[in-house]
Design a protein around this ligand. Structure first.
Ligand code: FES
Length: 105
């Protein structure tokens, strides 16, 4: 089951890099792209680099450890990433950023 939980305030999300939120034991990286928000697992699928600390290049975030790129809108990635990173639905509720995460039953 997935439910939306607050992970940040809109005002906390910078325009040029990510913000990391910890909720339900997960580290989720939040990004603002234009007027939209995206949420992905913070851990790179190569060896776990913190994607919230990566620079944004257009629709991509660049892993700060070895340079893999992840497209925030499609999930596509480049080597040395081993596969797409998990993405989460995001919504804005008033001044809050909410992310749909799976809740353990
Ligand atoms: S940990 Fe991200 S590219 Fe290596």
């Amino acid at each position: 089951m997935a439910d939306y939980v607050k992970v940040a305030a809109v005002s906390q999300i910078p325009a040029d890099h990510g913000f990391v939120a910890e909720t339900n034991g997960k580290r989720i990286a939040i990004f603002k792209l234009g007027g939209d928000y995206f949420a992905i697992d913070d851990a790179c699928t190569h060896v776990g680099g913190p994607l919230s600390e990566g620079q944004m290049m257009g629709q991509n975030v660049v892993c700060p450890w070895h340079g893999a790129q992840f497209n925030l809108t499609t999930g596509a990635c480049t080597p040395p990433a081993r596969g797409p990173v998990k993405r989460y639905p995001v919504r804005v509720n008033g001044s809050d950023i909410e992310v749909a995460i799976e809740i353990e039953a």
